[in-house]
Design a protein around this ligand. Sequence first.
Ligand code: CP3
Length: 344
Amino acid sequence: MSKKILDVLNGTTLTPPPLWMMRQAGRTLPEYRQLRQKAGHFLNLCYNPDLACEATLQPIRRFDFDAAIIFSDILVVPHALGRHLDYKIGEGPVMDPLNPQDIENLKSDEALEKLEPIFKALQQVRQNLKNDKALIGFCGAPWTVATYMIAGRATSDQAPARLFLYQQPQKMKKLLEILADISADYLIKQIEAGADLVQIFDSWAGQLDEKGFDFCAVEPVKRMVKRIRRRFQDVPIIGFPRGAGLFYQDYAQKTNVTALSLDWTVPLDFGSQLQNQVPIQGNLDPQRLLAGGQALKEGVEAILTKLGSKPLIFNLGHGVEAKTPLAHIEKMIDIVSARGNPQG
Ligand code: CP3
């Protein structure tokens, strides 16, 4: 049985389009909250293959999505490089802020070994996932991971990392290169363990100016894509430079990613133009899904109308909100699957 998402990533248009949701594992499901409680610390979930496998499969059981995304977090990479990491309830991730002199002490050699439980989890998921479902591996883009390492937490505009870039561009370049190489090797290992495709999350790409975008978002991801393709020529790579606006076009061309995931601020006509270049994933505003009703219906239908006749993977424009009613998710799935169905 073929995997619909892989067909789309190969350039086929499917009606209805295949569908999954960013951050589908973890945020909304009651069965996740139970698992999370059992695990205690969030990192215990990420580093326990049985629990991570279970969290990955929960949204598939409930919603029959076309893809599972491995349960983990983008910050396991700096954690594996030896940086302190904690998750505080209500605050999100907290790290020790990175000083320029810490860069040479990052432990690249040992990092992949520490991430071994995640590769085990991928193998377990693959064994338990039906053949027509795709398994998605992922990591954070070097820039987004660097912003957390430098600030030690999420800030509204990641100003500390931007200041670091302007004050110490050579140190930033070095940091991004280290992260690019280890992240590419990490994705290669995920593919070896059973991931059918990978996604690179650059959640803070939209904070960069034109020169900064090229230096911090394009160059490191281009380096990663090259490194992954040396090992796996054909495995699809989805780039998600959230908030990249007009830079999306350049990003696709220069990084050589297979497909683009669009955030909800991207106008659909521009999205449709981008589809002439690469397959597109996206881009429903998660707040429309939270709102439900007319707002949800309108949002989904606009995407299907404007992007549905070229290669599309239906998704949100960013992660699903924790408080989203499960009935709204079901409604979204119903509207999408009604497309292409004669009664729909
Ligand atoms: O998509 C999935 O469901 C798979 C798992 C996944 C998690 N994080 C689990 C998680 C994925 C793909 C991520 C990506 C991630 N993590 C990103 C990129 C995407 C995005 O949302 O922008 C970023 C920036 C992070 C960093 C991070 N991790 C933050 C900001 C937070 C706190 C807020 C939150 O819930 O997202 C985390 C913690 C985290 N990562 C949780 C989960 C399920 C919640 C931890 C908990 O249960 O306490």
